[in-house]
Design a protein around this ligand. Structure first.
Ligand SMILES: *[C@@H]1O[C@H](CO)[C@@H](O)[C@H](O)[C@H]1NC(C)=O
Ligand SMILES: *[C@@H]1O[C@H](CO)[C@@H](O)[C@H](O)[C@H]1NC(C)=O
Ligand SMILES: *[C@@H]1O[C@H](CO)[C@@H](O)[C@H](O)[C@H]1NC(C)=O
Ligand SMILES: *[C@@H]1O[C@H](CO)[C@@H](O)[C@H](O)[C@H]1NC(C)=O
Length: 359
């Protein structure tokens, strides 16, 4: 697999960079260029950003394979060696861009991108090849073998190391069968890929590329999670129930304050009506006060208002008393006393009224 190899190559490159390999100008030997036995990545005398040139010196690389290559953390993006244009590739050494190889031409280990794509590359392209081409046994092939046709297989043994530090081996088998088919290792013929739960002996036999340890095809690593319909139904009901519950709770919560508010509004309304009526009656009183005949003197006007003479024979118009207080006079109290008595006899609300009439 290309991706596996890339990760392993990156790890090896990182360890190489840390191992103090030759930097720019150091001497090296191309004879030491070899594939690492456990990762199949290229191993040289030079650091990850240099390659061993024909004169036996480490020199900066002339091209890069990855958009963000390893070992260039001190470089700005513009300083990185260039990517190769379409139709060319950057070899593992990274010296310069080369033309892609035709069908049957040479290619480096697992470098499917070094092979020219077939004419029908869109149809043949898949996640186990690059644009329909595949590099097997250092030779370019098209991944176009049909079911029943003979095919080429390349089994590669990789050695990995787990977190505990113990090593383990695993085999990656690649072939030139079309997408959905695999090359049977004993008959060397393309077979149809197996569906979920079918018995298998290797990842490539399964369409999902996942042969589980118990020998059955499992889910693909990138298979999306499918939620059953009843989960949607329950979640939907739960959402509706939650909304209804919140609404009901809020309704009960606000019911009390709503009623208090209603009473307040009613009181306010009654108060306003009362004010209005008071203002209207004051207005009527004013109109009737002003509608005296022309030429009426102030004293005559007062007399006409409060003009009932008492038994002593003088008019109260000299010191007018509103009609609603006149009964106090008839009961024998003086005006002053009647006002004081009102102050004493009634609460605070009326005391303001009393002081208005007090002299
Ligand atoms: C990166 O640059 C710093 C300072 O220029 C230098 O000390 C360091 O060794 C460089 N690291 C690498 C990996 O070249
Ligand atoms: C694969 O095809 C795509 C689309 O045609 C192209 O951009 C890409 O460069 C091709 N890759 C290789 C390695 O030829
Ligand atoms: C791999 O290729 C070499 C020649 O390049 C050939 O001799 C050998 O038989 C091939 N191996 C397989 C498994 O095809
Ligand atoms: C194999 O293992 C998977 C998960 O590890 C399990 O779902 C499946 O039922 C197993 N199949 C058999 C036949 O035991």
């Amino acid at each position: 697999m290309v991706t596996t190899r890339m990760v392993l190559a990156a790890l090896v490159a990182a360890s190489g960079a840390l191992a103090g390999k030759g930097v720019w100008g150091d001497t090296c030997s191309q004879a030491n260029n070899k594939l690492d036995a456990s990762t199949w990545a290229l191993s040289t005398d030079c650091s990850v950003s240099t390659y061993c040139d024909d004169t036996g010196h480490c020199v900066p690389k002339g091209c890069r394979q990855d958009l963000y290559p390893l070992g260039y953390s001190n470089y700005s993006f513009a300083q990185l060696p260039p990517m190769c244009p379409q139709g060319q590739f950057c070899p593992d050494e990274g010296d310069r861009c080369l033309e892609q190889s035709p069908l049957g031409g040479p290619c480096q280990k697992d470098r499917d991108d070094q092979c020219q794509p077939p004419p029908n590359s869109k149809e043949l392209a898949g996640y186990l090849n690059v644009n329909g081409s595949i590099c097997l046994n250092f030779t370019c092939y098209y991944a176009d073998a049909q079911v029943g046709q003979s095919c080429v297989t390349e089994n590669t043994l990789y050695t990995g190391t787990n977190d505990a530090g113990t090593t383990f081996a695993y085999i990656v088998s690649r072939d030139n069968c079309r997408n959905g088919y695999y090359c049977d290792g004993t008959q060397n013929q393309c077979m149809k890929g197996k569906n979920r739960r079918a018995a298998c002996s290797g990842n490539k036999e399964c369409i999902s590329y996942n042969c589980q340890p118990n020998g059955t095809c499992g889910k693909a690593a990138d298979e999306p999670l499918h939620t059953p319909a009843w989960v949607y139904a329950i979640v939907g009901i739960a959402i509706v129930a939650l909304i209804v519950g919140v609404m009901t709770g809020l309704w009960f919560l606000h019911k009390r304050s709503r009623e208090e508010h209603q009473v307040m509004l009613e009181q306010y309304y009654n108060e306003q009506i009362a004010y209005r009526q008071s203002i209207m009656s004051m207005s009527h009183a004013k109109n009737s006060l002003l509608s005296l005949p022309q030429g009426t003197t102030p004293d005559a006007a007062r007399a006409s208002l409060f003009g009932n003479e008492d038994s002593a024979g003088y008019s109260t118009a000299i010191n007018p008393v509103p009609p609603n207080m006149q009964r106090e006079v008839s009961a024998g109290y003086s005006d002053e006393n009647s006002v004081l008595m009102m102050d004493r006899g009634h609460g605070g609300g009326l005391s303001a009224l009393g002081s208005r009439f007090r002299r």
